[in-house]
Design a protein around this ligand. Structure first.
Ligand code: DGY
Length: 322
């Protein structure tokens, strides 16, 4: 029997892929950073038994209609807003994601971004490298404290809880807002459930970790930024489309909030002339939440494991659709 044809939409490291070449006939897009072009992806979908996709690939109705024999699409991300899950379900295609293996790494990045923004780390490092440091001064690049402040986490999933856990080490008060109450976070971490409005009004750090859904899209709008403290720092490490970026820009420019740390944007990659990137009080990263060597390898292996399980007639380990 011929081996199942697996198409991967980026070039992944051979040491990961080689582990699976005995079982699968693996084909990959040639580039590590450049996304697969649409035409190639549509063609590959007609041949493939399984796909490994990236969050930058649109797995929409058009693509799913090209899938003649695809049984499973393994998305290399915990978020799967790039996939039309309903349509996939109708076609009997299993969709999988990569939760758990990236939780701690993404929480590390989220907390680093919060700290970098609060303590103006990027600005300060550039200041030294650019030779601007002439004298010590009492308020030179003074940032804001993190310890003993209030963090408000919007989206208390696995990553939210892991960020909350880190916040306990900084003696922070933890507020959260989520679709449902999280007993464990309340009992073990002392997190307090509040309304979205209360969270915005009371937090020194507002951290968005909510998945992108119909309900969360654009939830950080002008009204939301107006409610925040003028000293508040906004951090987004989930999806850019949860934020109205024009409203965020205005809030930062007018001093309605103090600063923002952003790992995600409505349009990725964000263009270097985007107004948000012109602001000194913005720390911007290229969507690297789960990007550690160890975690990305684990995510890749999990994608293959999911494909393997579906191929063997077993339930996928981390299936998205019911
Ligand atoms: C994900 O997995 O959805 C993250 O955004 C990747 O960093």
């Amino acid at each position: 029997m011929s081996k199942p044809y697996v198409y991967i939409t980026r070039s992944l490291p051979e040491d990961v892929v080689n582990q699976f070449r005995d079982i699968f006939d693996v084909h990959m897009w040639d580039y590590k950073e450049k996304p697969v072009d649409r035409e190639t992806l549509l063609q590959e979908a007609t041949k493939a038994d399984a796909l490994i996709t990236m969050l930058s690939d649109k797995v929409d109705e058009e693509l799913l209609n090209e899938c003649q024999q695809v049984k499973v699409i393994a998305n290399l991300a915990v978020g799967y807003d790039n996939i039309n899950v309903k349509k996939a379900e109708e076609k009997g295609i299993t969709i999988t994601n990569t939760p758990d293996v990236l939780t701690e790494t993404t929480a590390d990045l989220t907390f680093s971004l919060l700290m970098a923004t609060a303590r103006r780390i990027v600005e300060a490092a550039e200041y030294v490298k650019e030779g601007q440091w002439q004298n010590w001064a009492p308020l030179l690049l003074a940032g804001n404290d993190i310890h003993h402040k209030t963090i408000g986490i919007v989206g208390m999933g696995r990553i939210g809880e892991a960020v909350a856990k880190r916040a306990t080490g900084f003696y922070m008060d933890i507020l959260y807002h989520n679709r449902s109450r999280k007993e464990r976070a309340e009992q073990e971490l002392g997190a307090k459930y509040v309304s979205f409005e209360d969270l915005l009004e009371q937090s020194d750090y507002v951290v968005c970790l909510a998945p992108l859904t119909k309900e969360t899209k654009g939830m950080f709008d002008q009204k939301a930024f107006e409610k925040m403290k003028s000293t508040a720092i906004f951090v987004n490490a989930s999806r850019g489309a949860n934020v109205d970026e024009e409203a965020l820009y205005k809030a930062l420019e007018k001093g309605e909030i103090k600063a923002a740390g952003l790992d995600v944007f409505a349009q990725e990659p964000i263009s270097s002339d985007h107004p948000l990137l012109q602001l000194e009080n913005v720390v911007a990263l290229p969507h690297i939440g789960s990007s550690s060597e160890e975690t990305r390898k684990n995510m890749m292996e999990l994608c293959f494991e999911n494909i393997q399980r579906v191929w063997n007639g077993q339930e996928a380990k981390t299936k998205v659709n019911p």
